[in-house]
Write a protein that binds this ligand. Structure first.
Ligand code: 26Q
Length: 836
């Protein structure tokens, strides 16, 4: 690495000593003007929003950079133990408003912009989401980084810098159309490219074995087609504590000699085109939130992430300690966000054994005491497996290492359970059959010292079901870490009015200790407080209405119950059940059965994986039903159904403050945790939900009386599988019969014959794995309890306050403290704040 050489006569080069940047309105304004005019070359005659956004972001980014360097140096000087969060997804959303909040300069910036005739909110809304994730798992990674920095923990994120993030969703004729999300189109002010830290990544080729001078077998991986991984760093600020951690994202680029072979053969164009193969690797995020099997490009992505990150970390280590790895495990810990980066287990072995010459056992001791694995799904079909043939082609050396890990692992199993061949077959890291597969979850478990689920029920079900054999072998590895969300983004930033009321009432300690929200309980009988609470909710609903008015072409009734379900579209999440309820309400209106009616506005949003036929059909159904209902004058304000297009992080920031009712209605035992449920609760929405994922813990915290429970529990779902009889359920329920009749007679698709047949068939199938209508009656009854509660606005407001007050557990600060106390064991580092 090239360093700047300074003259010997200047022992302390002054160029590294920079003046502290001011945080007051005047300095912010001056910096803004300098960037706007000098760097971006704009003046008052060409006031483009995007340049103003960029100028402001640059001014604020500078203020993060100072803290970033101090944090980096503090970690380096203390030589502290660090954790690394390895994830294929970081769903960061927008950065500007979060950066202002963490620096405590929101109001100063607001005033500075006002003076310049600019509306801060408009600038904030100009920023594209960094949508480098699908949903829950990716957003969790982002919330985790926020909490780690806020807790002063030395944790860095490692991921991929996809050129195209999660697709943008258009709705045309009720159907989802995917548009590529070129989020980097206007540049990215927040990242710094670090060319000097690029890493070389091998693909393909073959292995060669030889014996070294000491008679030890050495393997080299040769004739590979290499690519570079170039890191881009983004600052991750803690909340007003001077800490700024790093998110390092890798971009794939071609190596300099990529073209040599073809070039010599005279095929210049071919060889330059080869460059694309390399650069394609990080071109696009896979838009599936469940395992899509077999795509070679996805395996390349995963390996690039694992290899580049581990090489980066080891390079830093070797720079300080040489080839002495004795205390490497004391200083490092790798948290694997699902199995997606779990090839890291084999890659760390490769680096230690092949490159640094450690004996296998020593390398394994290091690997299996630094890796920790988080599982995010209970659906067996979603478990990641890779064909051995594909592995051999792409990563031949890693396959050999996996086989070696497996041989030693199976020896351990057979020592514990002699002659139990069926157990060996079940537990093998290699699935045998017509084709062999590598079972990534088993590799992750074998290679990790910790395995955790993301909610109590989920972790229990992993031990009893999916990973039962492994739990019997290594019970000490298994633990639970219930998910959370960051209260900075999901309450303070997205709901400033509510945040202000809370702070005025109980002080601002809740921002870093969310359990303090429980002090709000004392105010449920305080008339003024309750009145203000209700006012804020109504205002948030109005904001949502105004926000949607343009595309809807009509107003929504602010006094209606805002009933919201936003999440990826999936059969197990049962958006269909939600629609069945809406159709039932519509049917009641049409029949005049509207005594004690509660006006309701049902909002549903979410993306379907582009190849997921049923999910796309569900979107079409929602839109068709919406069309019929919203245009029926007899329905009027009583009921509206709205599909919210292009659901994403920044949309949720506008949606969750305005929700009255949060729909968390997955088939019990299928949703690992859910995190949208927590965002809604924090913002004073009440939950209607099944006993699934974190809903169980939400209900425990809120109290049974402040949660609308319905449906079978996980055990009952399991037991029902063998004799689930949807046709009998329909026959016994006159309401459901009418709903099904409306669907079947084409009421919602008069000009699109048969398009909902597959949906109808799935509802009526005894093999419907999601048992969509098993809970229909129970759901309808719970919705009636919701309506009764909502009509008593005083009661509803109390329940809303009590939900928010009970949401303290669901801060990622709590989650991360648990990860740290039980898995990472890092010491918080206090970063000198300089003058601030
Ligand atoms: C795997 C292989 C190939 C292509 C794609 C994938 C893939 C990508 C994303 C598989 C799964 C995902 C995402 C899963 C996910 O978001 N799970 C959710 O994680 C949340 C955080 O723990 C939980 O709250 C949700 O319950 C869980 O569904």
């Amino acid at each position: 690495m090239a360093h700047i050489r300074f003259y010997k006569s200047q022992p302390k080069p002054h160029i590294t000593k920079l003046a502290e940047l001011g945080m007051d309105k005047e300095q912010l304004e001056a910096d803004f003007k300098r960037y706007y005019g000098h760097r971006l070359g704009r003046d008052e005659n060409c006031r483009t929003l995007n340049y103003a956004y960029q100028a402001l972001s640059m001014a604020i980014s500078d203020r993060l950079t100072e803290r970033w360097k101090r944090t980096y140096n503090a970690y380096k000087n203390q030589d502290c133990r660090k954790a690394y969060y390895l994830s294929m997804e970081f769903l960061m959303g927008r950065t500007l408003s979060n950066a202002m909040l963490s620096l405590g300069i929101h109001d100063a910036v607001d005033e500075a912009m006002y003076d310049l005739g600019l509306e801060l909110e408009e600038l904030v809304d100009n920023e594209p989401d960094a949508g480098l994730g699908n949903g829950g798992l990716g957003r969790l990674a982002a919330c985790f980084l926020d909490s780690c920095a806020t807790l002063g923990l030395p944790v860095n994120g490692y991921g991929l810098r996809y050129e195209y993030g999660m697709f943008s969703q258009d709705i045309v004729n009720g159907e989802q159309i995917e548009k590529p999300d070129h989020w980097l189109r206007n540049g990215n002010v927040w990242e710094i490219e670090r060319l000097e830290y690029r890493q070389r990544i091998k693909f393909g080729g073959r292995t060669e074995t030889r014996t070294d001078g000491n008679g030890v077998l050495r393997v080299s991986w040769v004739d590979t087609r290499d690519v570079y991984a170039v890191p881009f760093d983004t600052p991750i600020p803690g909340y007003q504590n001077g800490t700024v951690n790093t998110l390092r994202l890798w971009k794939a680029t071609a190596t300099d000699e990529f073209d040599l072979q073809e070039f010599n053969a005279g095929d210049y164009a071919e060889s330059v085109a080869e460059k694309n193969t390399a650069e394609n690797i990080t071109m696009v995020l896979y838009p599936n939130d469940a395992n899509e099997n077999g795509k070679a490009l996805r395996l390349r992505q995963q390996y690039l992430l694992a290899s580049a990150s581990l090489q980066d970390i080891i390079e830093t280590w070797v720079g300080r300690h040489g080839h002495d790895f004795a205390s490497f495990a004391d200083k490092h810990c790798f948290q694997l966000n699902d199995t997606h980066p779990s090839i890291a287990v084999a890659e760390l072995m490769r680096l230690l054994v092949d490159i640094y010459g450690l004996p296998w056992d020593k390398a394994w001791a290091i690997t299996s005491s630094t890796m920790a694995y988080t599982n995010h799904t209970l659906l067996p079909e979603a478990l990641e497996r890779w064909s051995v043939n594909l592995f051999r082609q792409l990563l031949p050396r890693l396959l050999e290492i996996i086989f070696e890990i497996n041989a030693r692992f199976l020896a351990e199993v057979s020592a514990r359970w002699p002659n139990d061949t069926s157990r060996l077959r079940r537990m093998s890291l290699i699935e045998e059959g017509r084709e062999q597969y590598v079972r990534m979850a088993y590799l992750a478990i074998a290679g990790s010292y910790s395995v955790n689920g993301v909610a109590q029920l989920h972790s229990e079900l992993l031990q009893k079901g999916l990973f039962r054999d492994f739990y019997e072998l290594w019970p000490h590895k298994f633990n639970n870490k219930t998910n959370g969300v960051t209260p900075r983004r999901w309450l303070a930033a997205c709901n400033p009015n509510l945040a202000e009321l809370i702070t005025k009432t109980i002080g601002d300690g809740w921002l870093t200790d969310l359990s303090q929200l429980q002090h709000l309980k004392r105010y449920v009988d305080d008339k003024a407080f309750c009145g203000r609470w209700r006012e804020i909710k109504q205002q948030a609903k109005q904001n949502l209405i105004d926000f949607k008015k343009q595309e809807l072409g009509f107003d929504l009734n602010v006094n209606a119950l805002f009933d919201v379900q936003v999440k990826r579209i999936h059969e197990y999440k049962r958006q269909l059940l939600n629609v069945l309820h809406v159709i039932h309400l519509y049917d009641r209106i049409k029949r005049g059965d509207t005594a004690n009616w509660t006006d309701r506005c049902v909002l549903i949003g979410g993306k379907a994986a582009p190849g997921y036929f049923m999910a796309k059909r569900i979107i079409k159904l929602i839109n068709n039903v919406s069309n019929v209902i919203n245009n029926d004058p007899q329905v009027g304000d009583k009921l509206k159904l709205i599909f919210l297009p292009n659901y994403r992080v920044s949309a949720m920031e506008k949606i969750c403050p305005g929700a009255d009712l949060s729909e968390q209605i997955s088939t019990a035992g299928k949703e690992a945790s859910g995190t949208g449920n927590m965002k809604f609760m924090m913002n004073g929405a009440l939950t209607i939900g099944t006993l699934d994922g974190a809903n169980i813990e939400i209900r425990e915290e809120a109290g049974d009386g402040n949660f609308f429970l319905f449906g079978l529990n996980a055990q009952e779902v399991e037991d029902l599988h063998h004799h689930y009889d949807p046709k009998a359920i329909i026959q016994q329920d006159a309401d459901l019969q009418r709903v099904m009749r409306l669907l079947e007679c084409g009421h919602f698709n008069p000009f699109e014959f048969g398009i909902f047949d597959t949906l109808i068939a799935s509802i009526k199938s005894p093999h419907d794995p999601w048992m969509t209508i098993a809970d229909f009656r129970s759901f309808i009854n719970a919705q009636k309890r919701v309506e009764t509660a909502y009509r008593d606005q005083e009661r509803w407001t109390k329940m809303s306050i009590l939900n928010c007050a009970a949401s303290g557990k669901f801060s990622t600060d709590r989650t991360i403290r648990e990860y740290n106390n039980e898995i990472w064991k890092l010491t918080p580092v206090i970063v000198d704040n300089g003058n601030v």
